[in-house]
Design a protein around this ligand. Sequence first.
Ligand code: ADP
Ligand code: ZN
Length: 305
Amino acid sequence: MLALPQVAKSKVALPCSALDNMRLVLLGPPSAGKGTQASLLSQRFDILHLATGDILREAVAAGSSLGKKAKKFMDTGALVPDAIVIGLLEGKMKSTQSQTGFILDGFPRNVDQAKQLEEFTDLDLVLCIEVDPNRLVERATGRRSCKNCGAIYHVRYNPPKQLGICDKCGGPLFLRDDDNEEIVRKRLRTYEDQTKPVIQYYESIGKLKYVEGEGSIEDVQKKLLDAIVEQWPQLKDAAYGPMPVKKPVVSTPPKPSPQPSQQPRPQHGQGAPHGGGGRSHRGGRGRGRRGRYFGKPGSKGPNKP
Ligand code: ADP
Ligand code: ZN
């Protein structure tokens, strides 16, 4: 039995505004568009995009002690035990020390993981993308991912500019082994069995909002933004304004966090086009900015009593 890493459970008395520490989870069936949408939200709100599958692969590649433990399970095709996944996730959250928060993409996958996650972070909002199963198969089989940076494309719905080459980093695109119809249908059944109860769990604690995931990537993004603005009306400008441009990495000390009464954190480029890129544990590795820890805050988000 693996022991969970020691986690500070005391509530930190920090001024908490959802604007400077937004903690989101994006759930939904396989190939519903979680990765695609989380990447856009991460870019727009300058929050960290965390996908546990990538964190696991990264830990294995780095040869860390949890990575070595995870590898034993991954090599046999078994699921990695919750304690290892949670330990890696928590480590990642701590090491990046984001001031602005995070979006978890496709995690937690079962109710146990959801409960353990609640032990060390206080989620603000869980968004669940709903898509018709037949459409999911089409999305999965057309998916192409960048080997290098993890960017996601679709041969028909979101093709790269150059066939087989990532727009963002020039890396090679590949089709995942598990993205064939038969396996996708199996993954859908696992989702029904194990992950649907997670959705019910978040519904029962009042953190869930459903978002309809049919329509174009832009349509779905707009619906997610609507749900976020419903939660935090003060984010309206940040949500519907132009996509922020990626800021250069700075080595100078960070400015103090804005007070909750100030303007929303995201800074917008002057009519900049999309495509600046958010913060991902894969590429940017955060910016090393010192700031609020991901631990439970001292006060609740704006719409919480
Ligand atoms: P998930 O992370 O939920 O498994 P992805 O974000 O990888 O899903 O999306 C699955 C595939 O479907 C990708 O190829 C992606 O480009 C494509 N896709 C995502 N959202 C849409 C959409 N709204 N319409 C059409 N294709 C989409
Ligand atoms: Zn790439």
